[in-house]
Ligand binder design. Structure first.
Ligand SMILES: Cc1cc2nc3c(=O)[nH]c(=O)nc-3n(C[C@H](O)[C@H](O)[C@H](O)COP(=O)(O)OP(=O)(O)OC[C@H]3O[C@@H](n4cnc5c(N)ncnc54)[C@H](O)[C@@H]3O)c2cc1C
Length: 343
């Protein structure tokens, strides 16, 4: 990242007015040039199908629709390019952070000082039903498509994924769950790439997975997973179950842009119930609002910023703690940062 400001470097701007402002502007320019150079190096090691972008807006790549840009953003076309990217980033000390469908994230307004990698190209969207009944899915496959394709070939057990707007990679990292099912209920193996570019297969039994968390994917990239259906059935009856889940969601969740449930449910209770009981439905900071439909959703009423959401999270937490004696912990991730640094 950016070079350190050295005394000698400052001479030209000292005495020219507001030193702090000038020094900051100088640093920003130096950092920007550094990111330009990183972009050039990364572009040089990948195929032409992989495009490296500078200052790519992430707001449009998240479901809540807010936040700043990625200093560097790449959609690798294949595994060799991904490997070249992470190896080069490691050598140059550039942090790497994965982006799924952006449905569990709040991107800070000043963006992300990292190389953001998204597996959106077709090579990552595989759905391969095997003869033994198991199915291989790529990390970039949307859960909606996984659910639909599995139903088509008569595989039972993936219906709970209907309506979770992420992809397989994000669902593995978050151990996404709904309607009594969890992502890792159906996982047998996960293929990962380490940040050294090494590809490994991890068995579920060796992985550390709990509520909205998979430890092995903190510092590794999920490439895909081998999934095991619960059973097989007629496509029509699976589709019926999917439809029932869809209806349930439509009745209980807001339609406005959001990042899903903002807080984790505390053991034995529901964050939504606690927020509602604290009289916070409709509470608003700027265009960020606690949904009147489901109190554990913060929705974007149009032009919300990440700062609005952070301030609302702070307010909700304080009020719930005062009224109910429970400290809620965010489930949604503050992309590239830690909540503890801003709350
Ligand atoms: C309307 C709505 C409803 C929702 N309902 C549910 C629900 O019922 N249950 C539930 O669990 N969640 C729900 N969510 C939250 C969200 O959809 C899930 O957490 C989902 O699994 C996130 O997937 P994603 O692809 O969007 O990941 P992102 O939000 O893009 O990323 C989440 C995390 O995964 C990491 N990541 C992404 N891809 C990879 C990869 N290939 N390798 C390693 N790490 C990776 C990211 O770096 C980040 O840390 C909902 C969200 C919305 C907006």
């Amino acid at each position: 990242m950016g070079r350190e400001l050295r005394a000698g470097d400052c001479v030209a701007i000292v005495g020219a007015g507001d030193i702090d402002t000038m020094a900051r502007a100088w640093l920003a320019t130096v950092e920007s040039e550094d990111w330009d150079r990183h972009a050039e190096r990364l572009s040089a090691v990948v195929s032409t199908q992989t495009r490296v972008k500078r200052e790519e807006s992430l707001a449009r790549k998240t479901t809540i629709g807010l936040g700043g840009a990625a200093r560097l953003y790449v959609e690798p076309a294949n595994s060799a390019d991904l490997q070249a990217l992470v190896k080069t980033a490691k050598t140059r000390g550039v942090p790497v952070i994965m982006l799924g469908r952006g449905s569990n994230l709040v991107v800070p307004d000043d963006g992300v000082n990292a190389l953001v990698i998204s597996l959106r190209q077709p090579a990552w969207e595989t759905f391969e039903a095997r003869a033994d009944g198991r199915v291989w899915v790529g990390a970039g496959l949307r859960l909606k498509n996984l659910c639909g394709l599995a139903a088509k070939v008569g595989l039972v057990g993936f219906e709970f994924l209907e309506g979770i707007p992420g992809n397989v990679g994000g669902a593995l990292r978050m151990n996404a769950g709904a309607m009594g099912g969890w992502m890792f209920d159906v996982v047998e193996e996960v293929a990962v790439m380490t940040l050294d570019g090494e590809v490994r297969t991890l068995n579920k039994a060796d992985m550390h997975v709990d509520y909205r968390h998979c430890a092995e994917l903190h510092d590794a990239i999920a490439l895909g997973a081998l999934l095991k259906p619960a059973s097989q059935s007629e496509a029509a009856s699976i589709a019926k179950q999917i439809e029932a889940y869809k209806e349930k969601r439509q009745k209980t969740q807001p339609r406005e842009p959001s990042a899903g449930c903002i807080f984790k449910n505390p053991t034995g209770d529901s964050a939504g119930r606690l927020i509602d009981a604290s009289g916070l439905k409709g509470e608003r900071v700027g265009d960020a609002e606690v949904s009147a439909v489901h109190a554990n959703f913060i929705v974007n009423r149009g032009n919300a910023t990440a700062s609005d959401v952070i301030e609302l999270v702070r307010r909700v937490r304080a009020r719930v703690e005062a009224a109910q004696g429970v400290k809620l912990e965010p489930e949604v991730l503050l992309y590239g940062k830690h909540w503890k640094d801003v709350l």
